[in-house]
Design a binder for this molecule. Structure first.
Ligand code: NAD
Length: 484
């Protein structure tokens, strides 16, 4: 079972030690202390989990949508009942303030289960009458054992965004959460039996991407992989899965533009831009890390933006007024700091931040970083091109619509964008010319779970959400029926 010190694998309803009998250290990012040990799994544990999931698939795939719906609603209720414990654990493991873990992450976990529990009761299938004798109808079948791999920034939120539709449409799953944030995934498994979800339907394997993740991607009996993580890892997933022609959904990195026109609702834009820059320590794939401001508003924006950032509290994640906790790991902090140094070397000016905040002694070994604003960088500089994935934004000005569209599209990524304007023509022109999967006009991260979510270019392959998740987590069989 799961104890405070060791997180074991969850296979076929049992807590099992990894075959290697080795464990990874798991750190509290606010203090830098080890607070649990994590199963360091390999292909043998993955094989065992896939076998359990295959066995469970035989019956789970034949259950009715009503049955699955009831169980998923029950699971959502159980998570809600334990929401405070989940939020505190997520905060301790990931670093984000606990109230953000509660209001954003856990609220969304519950919403995902309820959304797909409802969706399967209302989904409709295609039927086309062809001529007097024939009609076509579409049968949907669950795909089989789904391999689900998730990152560390929104741990249970992103993992359950995969688990909920996979189960709803009749698949069984083998999950590999990030080795940096596995605690809430383990806690989640403790609720499955009470929700009535049979053993083997959800299996959780902990450990590194190189061993456990890669074995899952390569496994011949796992026909579908939903992966969220970095673009370089995404490339490896494509290569490793090619042998078996797997269904793939890849949600990868971003370098999202936040385009601000002078005619916007200034107050709303400023408040939202603070959040889109630094919420979750800037560790959200959708954060607007490249801010483009129309020239006439540029100086005023910078002044007000910096003033407001100074009000954001960085520090103890257990305090209600903390806005930013630590970054995820010592290595990630080092990477983000080296990007800031590169920005300096490439002629950028650090307008504010860039250093470690002064905090109480208990946080002296934590991975904290001040919110950082960089100006004066060329479009082709490293920090304008590469994803930083931390509390760092670049700000620059633009004069014309064409110029800002070209700049916004001038990176290898294409995940999302925010556009701030009160002019509908401007908004529509920018939206249709940006090569990104999601454009928010006068908002940020407003999510309707029915809409297609995903990225273009190096930001990913495929879309999930609503019927797009149904398309991904089912196989379609067209039946052409002709009367004799
Ligand atoms: P990562 O790619 O390092 O790891 C993601 C997951 O993949 C982890 O579970 C890891 O163990 C596993 N993994 C690593 N190597 C693997 C391999 N060879 N085969 C199979 N699995 C492997 O990413 P990360 O650092 O955990 O997360 C940050 C990245 O995720 C950022 O680039 C961010 O933009 C991206 N992200 C994207 C979205 C989106 O929806 N597009 C959402 C959140 C995060």
């Amino acid at each position: 079972m799961m104890t405070t010190t060791k997180v074991l694998n969850f296979i076929d309803g049992q807590w099992l030690a990894p075959k290697s009998n080795e464990y990874l250290e798991n750190f509290n990012p606010a203090t830098g202390e080890v607070f649990s040990l994590l199963a360091d799994s390999d292909h043998r544990d993955i094989d065992q989990a896939v076998e359990a999931a295959q066995k469970a698939f035989k019956s789970w795939s034949k259950t009715s949508p009503e049955d699955r719906s009831q169980k998923l609603y029950k699971l959502a209720d159980l998570i809600e009942k334990n929401i405070d414990d989940f939020a505190k654990l997520e905060s301790k493991d990931q670093g984000k303030p606990w109230y953000i873990a509660k209001q954003m992450d856990m609220a969304r976990v519950i919403k995902s289960f309820r959304f797909f529990a409802g969706a399967i009761l209302h989904s409709e299938n295609e039927c086309n009458v062809m001529d007097a004798e024939s009609m076509n109808y579409v049968l949907r079948k669950p795909v089989g054992v789904a391999g689900l791999i998730s990152p560390w920034n929104l741990p249970l939120y992103l993992l359950t965004w995969k688990i909920a539709p996979a189960l709803a449409f009749g698949n069984t799953v083998v999950c590999k959460p990030s080795e940096f944030t596995s605690m809430t995934a383990a806690k989640f498994c403790e609720l499955l039996a009470e929700a009535g979800i049979p053993n083997g339907v959800v299996n959780m394997i902990f450990g590194t991407g190189a061993k456990a993740g890669d074995a899952l991607v390569k496994h011949p009996k796992v026909p579908l992989i939903s992966f969220t993580g970095g673009s370089e890892t995404g490339k490896k997933v494509i290569q490793s899965s090619a042998e078996h022609f797997k269904k793939l959904s890849l949600e990868l990195g971003g370098k999202n533009p936040n385009i601000i026109f002078a005619d916007c609702d200034y107050k709303k834009m400023l408040a939202t831009t603070l959040r889109s820059s630094f919420l979750n320590q800037g560790e959200i794939c959708l954060c607007g890390s490249r801010i483009y401001v129309e020239e006439s508003l540029y100086e005023k924006f910078l002044q007000d933006f910096v003033r407001e950032i100074k009000e954001l509290k960085v520090g103890d994640p257990s305090q209600k007024d903390t806005f930013m906790g630590p970054l995820i790991s010592a290595q990630h902090l080092e990477k983000v700091q080296s990007m800031i140094n590169t920005a300096r070397d490439e002629g950028g000016k650090i307008l504010m931040g860039g250093g470690r905040p002064e905090l109480a002694a208990q946080f002296s070994k934590g991975y904290f970083l001040e919110p950082t604003v960089i100006v004066g960088l060329a479009e082709n500089s490293t920090c304008m091109q590469r994803e930083i994935f931390g509390p760092v934004v670049t700000v620059s000005s633009f004069k014309t619509l064409d110029e800002v569209i070209e700049k916004a599209n001038g990176v290898s990524y294409g995940l999302s964008a925010s556009v701030w304007t009160s002019n509908l023509n401007t908004a529509q022109t920018v939206a249709k010319n940006l090569d990104v999967g999601t454009v928010w006009i006068n908002s940020w991260m407003k999510r309707d779970l029915r809409v297609p979510f995903g990225g273009m270019k190096a930001s990913g392959l495929g879309r999930e959400g609503g019927r797009h998740s149904m398309d991904f987590y089912t196989e379609m069989v067209n039946v052409c029926l002709t009367t004799t």
